[in-house]
Design a binder for this molecule. Structure first.
Ligand SMILES: [Zn+2]
Ligand SMILES: [Zn+2]
Length: 350
Protein backbone atom coordinates (compact mmCIF):
# COMPACT_ATOMS: atom_id res chain seq x y z
CA UNK A 1 0.00 0.00 0.00
CA UNK A 2 1.41 3.37 -0.98
CA UNK A 3 1.22 5.86 1.85
CA UNK A 4 1.61 9.61 1.44
CA UNK A 5 5.35 9.42 2.13
CA UNK A 6 5.78 6.93 -0.73
CA UNK A 7 3.71 9.17 -3.00
CA UNK A 8 5.91 12.15 -2.06
CA UNK A 9 8.96 10.12 -3.03
CA UNK A 10 7.46 9.08 -6.38
CA UNK A 11 6.43 12.67 -7.11
CA UNK A 12 9.97 13.86 -6.30
CA UNK A 13 11.47 11.27 -8.66
CA UNK A 14 9.09 12.35 -11.44
CA UNK A 15 10.23 15.93 -10.85
CA UNK A 16 13.81 14.89 -11.49
CA UNK A 17 12.85 13.65 -14.98
CA UNK A 18 10.34 16.36 -15.88
CA UNK A 19 10.79 19.75 -17.49
CA UNK A 20 9.02 22.96 -16.51
CA UNK A 21 6.24 23.62 -15.67
CA UNK A 22 5.58 19.98 -14.80
CA UNK A 23 8.72 19.74 -12.68
CA UNK A 24 7.46 22.47 -10.42
CA UNK A 25 4.01 20.85 -10.11
CA UNK A 26 5.58 17.53 -9.08
CA UNK A 27 7.82 19.24 -6.53
CA UNK A 28 4.98 21.26 -5.08
CA UNK A 29 2.75 18.21 -4.76
CA UNK A 30 5.58 16.25 -3.11
CA UNK A 31 5.92 18.95 -0.43
CA UNK A 32 2.16 19.22 0.04
CA UNK A 33 1.86 15.44 0.51
CA UNK A 34 3.45 15.84 3.95
CA UNK A 35 0.52 18.04 5.00
CA UNK A 36 -2.38 16.13 3.48
CA UNK A 37 -5.11 15.46 6.05
CA UNK A 38 -5.90 12.04 4.62
CA UNK A 39 -3.97 9.15 3.19
CA UNK A 40 -4.50 9.02 -0.57
CA UNK A 41 -5.40 5.32 -0.23
CA UNK A 42 -8.30 6.20 2.09
CA UNK A 43 -9.68 8.65 -0.48
CA UNK A 44 -9.39 6.04 -3.22
CA UNK A 45 -11.07 3.40 -1.05
CA UNK A 46 -13.92 5.83 -0.44
CA UNK A 47 -14.26 6.41 -4.19
CA UNK A 48 -13.16 10.02 -3.91
CA UNK A 49 -11.05 12.14 -6.22
CA UNK A 50 -7.44 12.79 -5.26
CA UNK A 51 -7.92 16.35 -6.45
CA UNK A 52 -9.29 16.96 -2.93
CA UNK A 53 -5.64 16.92 -1.88
CA UNK A 54 -3.68 20.17 -2.09
CA UNK A 55 -1.31 20.29 -5.04
CA UNK A 56 -3.16 17.55 -6.97
CA UNK A 57 -4.96 18.33 -10.24
CA UNK A 58 -6.50 15.87 -12.70
CA UNK A 59 -3.12 15.01 -14.29
CA UNK A 60 -1.45 14.11 -10.98
CA UNK A 61 -4.64 12.32 -9.85
CA UNK A 62 -4.25 9.98 -12.86
CA UNK A 63 -0.53 9.57 -12.26
CA UNK A 64 -0.99 8.56 -8.62
CA UNK A 65 -3.77 6.14 -9.53
CA UNK A 66 -1.36 4.48 -12.00
CA UNK A 67 1.14 4.00 -9.18
CA UNK A 68 -1.49 2.31 -7.03
CA UNK A 69 -2.07 -0.13 -9.91
CA UNK A 70 1.59 -0.78 -10.75
CA UNK A 71 2.79 -1.24 -7.13
CA UNK A 72 6.22 0.40 -7.51
CA UNK A 73 8.93 -0.91 -5.21
CA UNK A 74 12.32 0.37 -3.96
CA UNK A 75 10.84 3.52 -2.54
CA UNK A 76 13.68 4.31 -0.14
CA UNK A 77 14.29 8.05 -0.23
CA UNK A 78 17.76 9.55 -0.72
CA UNK A 79 19.14 11.44 2.25
CA UNK A 80 17.83 14.82 1.08
CA UNK A 81 14.27 13.44 1.40
CA UNK A 82 14.76 10.81 4.06
CA UNK A 83 13.35 10.76 7.61
CA UNK A 84 10.47 13.15 7.04
CA UNK A 85 7.17 12.23 8.68
CA UNK A 86 3.86 12.90 6.97
CA UNK A 87 1.12 14.57 8.99
CA UNK A 88 -1.09 11.50 8.61
CA UNK A 89 1.62 9.24 10.06
CA UNK A 90 2.47 11.69 12.86
CA UNK A 91 -1.19 11.87 13.83
CA UNK A 92 -1.58 8.08 13.78
CA UNK A 93 1.42 7.75 16.10
CA UNK A 94 0.01 10.32 18.53
CA UNK A 95 -3.45 8.77 18.34
CA UNK A 96 -1.92 5.44 19.34
CA UNK A 97 -0.10 7.09 22.29
CA UNK A 98 -2.67 9.60 23.55
CA UNK A 99 -0.94 10.17 26.88
CA UNK A 100 2.22 11.47 25.27
CA UNK A 101 0.97 14.80 23.85
CA UNK A 102 -1.62 15.34 26.59
CA UNK A 103 0.50 17.37 29.02
CA UNK A 104 2.32 19.49 26.44
CA UNK A 105 2.68 22.98 27.93
CA UNK A 106 3.67 25.13 24.99
CA UNK A 107 5.58 25.93 21.84
CA UNK A 108 9.10 27.40 21.99
CA UNK A 109 9.66 28.68 18.45
CA UNK A 110 7.26 31.03 16.65
CA UNK A 111 7.53 34.10 14.43
CA UNK A 112 5.31 37.14 14.06
CA UNK A 113 4.98 40.03 11.62
CA UNK A 114 7.73 41.78 13.60
CA UNK A 115 10.06 39.71 11.36
CA UNK A 116 8.92 37.35 8.57
CA UNK A 117 5.80 35.87 10.16
CA UNK A 118 2.29 36.91 9.12
CA UNK A 119 0.48 36.98 12.48
CA UNK A 120 0.67 39.62 15.20
CA UNK A 121 1.85 38.72 18.70
CA UNK A 122 -1.80 38.96 19.84
CA UNK A 123 -2.95 36.59 17.07
CA UNK A 124 -0.24 34.09 17.94
CA UNK A 125 -1.24 34.36 21.61
CA UNK A 126 -4.87 33.65 20.72
CA UNK A 127 -3.83 30.60 18.69
CA UNK A 128 -1.71 29.37 21.62
CA UNK A 129 -4.61 29.89 24.04
CA UNK A 130 -6.91 27.95 21.69
CA UNK A 131 -4.48 25.05 21.84
CA UNK A 132 -4.57 25.14 25.64
CA UNK A 133 -0.92 26.16 25.97
CA UNK A 134 0.53 27.66 29.12
CA UNK A 135 3.32 29.43 27.26
CA UNK A 136 4.44 30.46 23.79
CA UNK A 137 7.90 31.78 22.95
CA UNK A 138 7.93 34.54 20.35
CA UNK A 139 11.25 34.01 18.61
CA UNK A 140 11.56 36.47 15.77
CA UNK A 141 14.68 36.70 13.67
CA UNK A 142 17.46 39.10 14.58
CA UNK A 143 19.18 41.81 12.58
CA UNK A 144 21.77 39.93 10.55
CA UNK A 145 19.03 37.96 8.81
CA UNK A 146 17.97 40.86 6.61
CA UNK A 147 15.95 38.68 4.23
CA UNK A 148 13.62 37.88 7.14
CA UNK A 149 13.51 41.49 8.38
CA UNK A 150 15.47 40.54 11.49
CA UNK A 151 15.04 42.79 14.54
CA UNK A 152 17.68 45.12 15.89
CA UNK A 153 18.19 45.87 19.61
CA UNK A 154 15.69 48.69 19.68
CA UNK A 155 12.96 46.76 17.85
CA UNK A 156 13.47 43.82 20.19
CA UNK A 157 12.93 46.13 23.16
CA UNK A 158 9.77 47.54 21.56
CA UNK A 159 8.51 44.04 20.89
CA UNK A 160 9.24 43.15 24.51
CA UNK A 161 6.98 46.02 25.61
CA UNK A 162 4.17 44.77 23.36
CA UNK A 163 4.56 41.26 24.77
CA UNK A 164 4.55 42.66 28.32
CA UNK A 165 1.28 44.50 27.64
CA UNK A 166 -0.29 41.35 26.17
CA UNK A 167 0.76 39.36 29.23
CA UNK A 168 -0.94 41.94 31.43
CA UNK A 169 -4.17 41.58 29.44
CA UNK A 170 -3.95 37.76 29.59
CA UNK A 171 -3.50 37.91 33.36
CA UNK A 172 -6.41 40.34 33.77
CA UNK A 173 -8.63 38.00 31.79
CA UNK A 174 -7.37 35.08 33.93
CA UNK A 175 -6.00 33.31 30.85
CA UNK A 176 -3.35 30.86 32.04
CA UNK A 177 -0.89 31.67 29.26
CA UNK A 178 2.41 33.54 29.28
CA UNK A 179 4.09 34.88 26.15
CA UNK A 180 7.85 34.54 26.48
CA UNK A 181 10.10 37.30 25.18
CA UNK A 182 12.55 35.43 23.02
CA UNK A 183 14.47 35.58 19.78
CA UNK A 184 15.86 33.26 17.15
CA UNK A 185 19.30 34.79 17.10
CA UNK A 186 21.28 34.50 13.91
CA UNK A 187 24.60 32.76 14.46
CA UNK A 188 27.70 33.28 12.34
CA UNK A 189 29.45 30.11 11.18
CA UNK A 190 31.73 30.71 14.19
CA UNK A 191 28.79 30.42 16.57
CA UNK A 192 28.65 34.13 17.43
CA UNK A 193 25.34 35.93 17.95
CA UNK A 194 24.40 39.04 15.96
CA UNK A 195 23.07 40.83 19.06
CA UNK A 196 25.13 41.74 22.09
CA UNK A 197 24.68 40.43 25.63
CA UNK A 198 22.86 43.60 26.72
CA UNK A 199 20.02 43.01 24.25
CA UNK A 200 19.83 39.28 24.91
CA UNK A 201 20.03 39.32 28.70
CA UNK A 202 16.57 40.94 28.86
CA UNK A 203 14.95 38.00 27.07
CA UNK A 204 13.37 34.98 28.72
CA UNK A 205 14.82 32.52 26.24
CA UNK A 206 17.22 32.59 23.31
CA UNK A 207 17.38 30.19 20.37
CA UNK A 208 20.55 30.32 18.31
CA UNK A 209 20.29 29.18 14.68
CA UNK A 210 22.58 28.97 11.69
CA UNK A 211 21.09 30.41 8.50
CA UNK A 212 24.24 30.70 6.42
CA UNK A 213 27.06 28.54 5.07
CA UNK A 214 24.70 25.56 5.25
CA UNK A 215 26.02 23.73 2.19
CA UNK A 216 29.53 23.09 3.44
CA UNK A 217 30.50 19.47 3.02
CA UNK A 218 33.27 19.31 5.61
CA UNK A 219 32.68 18.52 9.28
CA UNK A 220 31.11 21.43 11.22
CA UNK A 221 31.44 20.12 14.77
CA UNK A 222 33.39 23.18 15.91
CA UNK A 223 30.66 25.65 14.98
CA UNK A 224 28.11 23.66 16.96
CA UNK A 225 30.37 23.45 20.01
CA UNK A 226 30.99 27.20 19.78
CA UNK A 227 27.26 27.90 19.52
CA UNK A 228 26.48 25.74 22.55
CA UNK A 229 29.29 27.36 24.54
CA UNK A 230 28.00 30.82 23.65
CA UNK A 231 26.61 31.94 27.02
CA UNK A 232 23.73 33.85 25.40
CA UNK A 233 22.24 30.75 23.72
CA UNK A 234 19.85 28.35 25.46
CA UNK A 235 18.56 26.27 22.55
CA UNK A 236 20.24 25.28 19.30
CA UNK A 237 17.56 25.85 16.62
CA UNK A 238 17.00 23.50 13.63
CA UNK A 239 20.51 22.13 14.23
CA UNK A 240 21.24 20.37 10.97
CA UNK A 241 19.87 23.05 8.66
CA UNK A 242 18.26 20.60 6.29
CA UNK A 243 15.31 21.40 3.99
CA UNK A 244 13.23 18.72 2.24
CA UNK A 245 14.42 18.12 -1.32
CA UNK A 246 16.57 21.25 -1.19
CA UNK A 247 19.44 20.95 1.26
CA UNK A 248 20.89 17.99 3.07
CA UNK A 249 22.12 19.85 6.14
CA UNK A 250 25.49 20.00 7.84
CA UNK A 251 27.74 17.21 8.98
CA UNK A 252 29.16 17.01 12.46
CA UNK A 253 30.35 14.62 15.10
CA UNK A 254 26.82 14.59 16.48
CA UNK A 255 27.43 12.49 19.60
CA UNK A 256 30.09 15.02 20.61
CA UNK A 257 27.73 17.95 19.93
CA UNK A 258 24.92 16.36 21.93
CA UNK A 259 27.23 15.39 24.77
CA UNK A 260 28.34 19.03 25.00
CA UNK A 261 24.70 20.18 25.05
CA UNK A 262 24.06 17.72 27.90
CA UNK A 263 27.16 18.88 29.81
CA UNK A 264 26.07 22.52 29.56
CA UNK A 265 22.40 21.57 30.19
CA UNK A 266 21.36 23.33 26.97
CA UNK A 267 18.70 22.03 24.59
CA UNK A 268 18.74 21.00 20.95
CA UNK A 269 15.60 21.56 18.95
CA UNK A 270 13.17 19.55 16.94
CA UNK A 271 12.02 22.20 14.51
CA UNK A 272 8.60 20.91 13.45
CA UNK A 273 8.25 22.94 10.26
CA UNK A 274 7.25 20.18 7.79
CA UNK A 275 10.07 20.93 5.33
CA UNK A 276 12.63 20.97 8.13
CA UNK A 277 11.81 18.30 10.74
CA UNK A 278 15.22 19.02 12.21
CA UNK A 279 16.54 17.22 14.29
CA UNK A 280 15.59 14.15 12.34
CA UNK A 281 14.85 10.84 14.01
CA UNK A 282 18.27 9.20 13.64
CA UNK A 283 20.03 12.26 15.13
CA UNK A 284 17.46 12.53 17.86
CA UNK A 285 18.23 8.99 18.92
CA UNK A 286 21.87 10.02 19.27
CA UNK A 287 20.84 13.08 21.29
CA UNK A 288 18.83 10.85 23.62
CA UNK A 289 21.77 8.52 24.07
CA UNK A 290 24.00 11.45 25.06
CA UNK A 291 21.37 12.77 27.47
CA UNK A 292 20.67 16.10 25.75
CA UNK A 293 17.49 17.98 26.54
CA UNK A 294 15.27 18.77 23.57
CA UNK A 295 13.00 21.67 22.77
CA UNK A 296 9.97 21.39 20.49
CA UNK A 297 9.26 24.36 18.22
CA UNK A 298 6.93 24.69 15.27
CA UNK A 299 8.83 27.61 13.73
CA UNK A 300 5.31 28.83 12.92
CA UNK A 301 5.13 31.85 10.62
CA UNK A 302 1.32 31.97 10.84
CA UNK A 303 -1.05 31.27 13.78
CA UNK A 304 -2.40 28.10 12.12
CA UNK A 305 1.11 26.69 11.86
CA UNK A 306 1.19 26.05 15.60
CA UNK A 307 -0.50 22.81 14.48
CA UNK A 308 2.88 21.64 13.11
CA UNK A 309 3.65 20.56 16.69
CA UNK A 310 2.41 17.06 15.79
CA UNK A 311 5.55 16.52 13.69
CA UNK A 312 7.86 17.29 16.62
CA UNK A 313 5.84 15.30 19.13
CA UNK A 314 5.69 12.24 16.88
CA UNK A 315 9.43 12.38 16.19
CA UNK A 316 10.23 12.66 19.91
CA UNK A 317 7.89 9.77 20.61
CA UNK A 318 9.50 7.60 17.92
CA UNK A 319 12.96 8.37 19.28
CA UNK A 320 11.88 7.21 22.73
CA UNK A 321 12.32 10.58 24.43
CA UNK A 322 10.71 10.83 27.86
CA UNK A 323 8.88 13.97 28.88
CA UNK A 324 11.42 14.83 31.58
CA UNK A 325 14.05 15.61 28.92
CA UNK A 326 11.68 17.73 26.78
CA UNK A 327 11.46 21.43 27.74
CA UNK A 328 7.88 21.75 26.51
CA UNK A 329 6.57 19.43 29.21
CA UNK A 330 7.99 21.65 31.97
CA UNK A 331 5.63 23.98 33.81
CA UNK A 332 6.32 27.67 33.25
CA UNK A 333 7.95 27.79 36.71
CA UNK A 334 10.26 24.87 35.88
CA UNK A 335 11.09 26.39 32.50
CA UNK A 336 11.92 29.76 34.06
CA UNK A 337 14.09 28.06 36.65
CA UNK A 338 15.94 26.28 33.85
CA UNK A 339 16.63 29.63 32.08
CA UNK A 340 17.77 31.30 35.27
CA UNK A 341 20.02 28.38 36.23
CA UNK A 342 21.58 28.57 32.76
CA UNK A 343 22.05 32.32 33.05
CA UNK A 344 23.61 31.94 36.50
CA UNK A 345 25.82 29.16 35.14
CA UNK A 346 27.21 31.50 32.47
CA UNK A 347 29.36 33.10 35.10
CA UNK A 348 30.51 29.77 36.46
CA UNK A 349 31.35 28.21 33.10
CA UNK A 350 32.85 31.13 31.22
ZN1 LIG B 1 15.65 29.56 11.51
ZN1 LIG C 1 12.45 30.20 13.02
Amino acid sequence: MLDNAAIAELLSREAEQASEPLRRAFLRAARKAFLWDHEAYDLLAAGKSLTELEGIGPFLDRKIREWFESHPTHLCAPEIRDEFLTLTRARRLLFDHPNFPKTLQGDLHAHTCWSDGTGTVAEMATAARDRGYRYLAITDHTKALKIARGLNEEQLLDQGKEIGAINVVLAEKAVDLVILRSAEVNLTPLGQADLGPAALSGLDLVIGSFHSALRRSEDQTERYLAALRNPAIHILGHPQGRIFNHRQGLLADWPRVFAEAARLDKAVEIDAYPDRQDLKLSLLRLALKEGARISLGTDAHHPEQLAFMDFALATALLAGYQKDRILNFMSIQELKKWFSDLKAGQFRLH
